[in-house]
Design a protein around this ligand. Structure first.
Ligand SMILES: NC(=O)c1ccc[n+]([C@@H]2O[C@H](COP(=O)([O-])OP(=O)(O)OC[C@H]3O[C@@H](n4cnc5c(N)ncnc54)[C@H](OP(=O)(O)O)[C@@H]3O)[C@@H](O)[C@H]2O)c1
Length: 248
């Protein structure tokens, strides 16, 4: 029981202990860890002393971390849930930074991996999922006066619209999964690749939003990874949320 005199001090101490325990070592299962954003995430997660299990067909792309005893790769087919159950069952959080392009056709990589991840997490009895998606996935949001303007509507969506639609459908699958999956979909705008690590710029986040006004439409991949790691470590945006992020 808390002593009444030191009540506030003890409460403060408890919240610090709570935060520290959440910052302690986690077992993370990462899909897409060999990608341009995924490699930043793996690097930052290892730097924070987490155990990282990647599921990758090309683990040599993470050769720079080969000597890190906290990194382990599973070779599995991401579209086969039965092959994901074992690594998922050994992890606290599943993180997907998968990315699919306009080829091969048809574009359904997000739907297929989301189905596979959800099924495998249910089989492994795991709940927490953090995924990298993108802005303007919901159709209605594209009709609003979003900061990406005419270039997005007239060029980007004409070329990459099927990818946005695939992600939108994947988000519907996550909603249908209901409480069996505690998911967060992080949605940045246009991604840039800086050679150095993450910046220390403030990152703004808005839940249930598909873009953020009054912020840059560009963001460094290393900063996207930084925010995703924060979501994982601090258990942010829980309970099935699409979270738009941007740098003011
Ligand atoms: N580009 C942008 O401006 C932008 C904007 C907003 C959001 N996003 C989102 O950001 C995410 C990541 O982007 P990125 O540029 O970092 O991606 P990326 O470099 O293309 O990486 C994609 C990752 O997915 C993996 N992958 C793809 N197909 C696979 C398959 N069939 N089997 C196994 N692994 C497969 C790749 O593995 P391999 O290494 O084995 O190929 C790689 O690890 C995407 O979800 C994208 O929608 C992008």
């Amino acid at each position: 029981m808390l002593h009444p005199v030191n009540y506030h001090a003890q409460l403060h101490m408890l919240s610090v202990i709570n935060l520290l325990s959440k910052m302690s070592q986690l077992k993370l299962c990462v899909l897409g860890g060999t990608g341009k954003t995924g490699r930043h995430f793996v690097s930052q997660a290892l730097a924070n002393n987490h155990e990282v299990m990647t599921i990758s067909r090309r683990p040599h792309k993470l050769a720079q971390f080969a000597n890190n005893k906290n990194l382990l790769n599973y070779k599995a087919d991401i579209f086969k849930p039965e092959e994901l159950v074992e690594p998922f069952s050994k992890s606290d959080v599943v993180v997907s930074m998968m990315g699919f392009h306009t080829r091969p056709w048809p574009i359904n990589g997000y739907v297929r991996t989301t189905n596979s991840i959800v099924r495998a997490m249910q089989m492994a009895d795991k709940k927490r999922l953090v995924v990298l998606h993108g802005v303007l996935t919901k159709h209605e949001s594209r009709l609003e006066p979003h900061p990406y303007g005419a270039f997005m509507n007239n060029v980007i969506l004409r070329i990459f619209g099927p990818i946005f639609d695939d992600i939108n459908e994947a988000e519907m699958i996550l909603r249908i999964a209901g409480e069996s999956i505690d998911w967060t979909a992080v949605a940045p705008g246009y991604l840039l690749s800086n050679k150095s690590g993450p910046t220390d710029k403030e990152i703004v986040a808005k839940e249930d939003a598909y873009y953020i006004n009054e912020a840059s439409t560009f963001m460094q991949r290393s900063d996207v990874a930084r925010y995703m790691l924060r979501v994982v470590e601090q258990d942010l945006h829980k309970g099935g949320k699409v979270v738009a992020i941007a740098v003011p």
